[in-house]
Ligand binder design. Structure first.
Ligand SMILES: [Zn+2]
Length: 134
């Protein structure tokens, strides 16, 4: 067992290894293969195998900077998705007391209290004024 570990360590030397993006591909591969078990559709089998191979290719790749850049891109995308999800959640929680408008000038989201009738809203970002019902 020790010999195997040493050989594995030597094999992985200078290679990229595992990262978040590889784990996503691995997870998708598992989902495809499990779906294939239940549906017997060859397309899921092929997709699962390809995803599995690509995930391994990424881990064993020696092009560390390229793999790292891909992973960073994925992490940025995931961060933006989480931030957007959180802001939507926050807005939904406040929707009884506030109305939300998008500034026509700069697309900044503007929050105004409800129940004040027609009001002129000044965008806090670009100072554009627009009239809405609150
Ligand atoms: Zn604006």
């Amino acid at each position: 067992m020790n010999g195997f570990r040493q050989r594995m360590t030597r094999f992985m030397y200078g290679r990229y290894g595992n990262d978040q993006l590889s784990r996503v591909f691995l997870g998708l591969a598992m989902v495809c293969l499990i779906v294939n078990l239940f549906t017997d559709l060859a397309v899921f089998y092929v997709a699962g195998l390809l995803l599995l191979i690509y995930s391994m290719y990424r881990s064993f790749s020696k092009d560390i900077s390229k793999m790292s850049a891909q992973n960073q891109k994925y992490l940025n995308w995931r961060y933006r998705r989480i931030a957007k999800y959180n802001s939507t959640k926050k807005r939904l929680a406040q929707r009884k007391e506030y109305r939300f408008y998008t500034c026509p000038g700069c697309t900044q989201k503007v929050r105004v209290p409800r129940g004040r009738g027609k009001i002129a809203i000044t965008c806090p970002k670009c100072r554009a004024e627009f009239i809405k019902k609150s």
